[in-house]
Ligand binder design. Sequence first.
Ligand code: C2E
Ligand code: MG
Ligand code: MG
Ligand code: MG
Length: 283
Amino acid sequence: QAKDLGGNAHKAYEPALHALAEERRQLEVSLRAALEKKEFVLHYQPVVDAGTEGVVSFEALVRWNSKEHGFVSPAKFIPLAEDTRLIVPIGEWVLNEACREAMNWPEHVRIAVNVSGEQLLGTDFSASVVAALAATGLPAHRLEIEVTESIFLRDATKAHKELEKILALGCGIALDDFGTGYSSLGYLRKVRFSTIKVDRSFVQGAAAGNPESLAIIRAVVAMADSLEMSTTAEGAETEREVEMIRELGCRKIQGYFFGRPMAAGDAKALFSSRHYLARQQVA
Ligand code: C2E
Ligand code: MG
Ligand code: MG
Ligand code: MG
């Protein structure tokens, strides 16, 4: 009986599953050709100092405009790129492009680059960083590498080793999406992160009056302060959220309220706007 039901269910789902697999296969074919076809661009989202509201860095966020599929969200193609290891050449391109673009900004502005586990653990990543800095002339301290907690689950020993090498170069390391993974405090003791990024879900939860989110942000800020790490609140969209984050003591803020991810030209233009110059004087 159970077997019959299973069999029927299987038949009913088969076309849908097949369509999904087919869509994914086609996406993969296009993704393989995307670098060569120059279909990727980087957008840059400002991160501001919570006190002065001056721009302290930009996060590079990759965008894919596919000839066949139109705009594809990173939430969709980054996991596919990771599964197929295409993230390695794509990530390499992102790293170089981001460092090159940052050379157009004032010297105190840093660039943050997201790095996937496969890139960090499956390649000689620190050698790629050395090469990108050498090729672009960007000073190491202006580059911050963003990693997520998942790298420690995969291979904690190798992750520590690679992060140590990157720190030794003088780059910063940010712990992205903090609190969403299998958080363990062990690695906070072992790696000198420059920044802990509090995930958007906590920021929005706290603003919506969720006491658990609020308590978690408080705890993360207190912990980061005593470990001499900075904190960035992700995903602040409203003035209310910004006010709350400030009161909680996060040092930096990133979110639509201060700026969406923008094209390179718009990011660069920020630095010559009167608004920006006025803010920098205050800072
Ligand atoms: P992430 O590193 O946590 O980046 C922040 C994401 O939150 C970005 O989404 C950004 O557009 C979005 N965001 C920022 N402020 C707000 C806000 O106020 N409200 C809302 N609703 N969203 C906000 P995006 O660009 O779609 O990227 C998604 C994820 O894809 C990134 O999350 C990162 O994990 C990954 N990703 C993006 N670019 C790269 C890359 O070059 N390499 C790798 N490995 N991953 C990347
Ligand atoms: Mg990030
Ligand atoms: Mg993040
Ligand atoms: Mg996030």
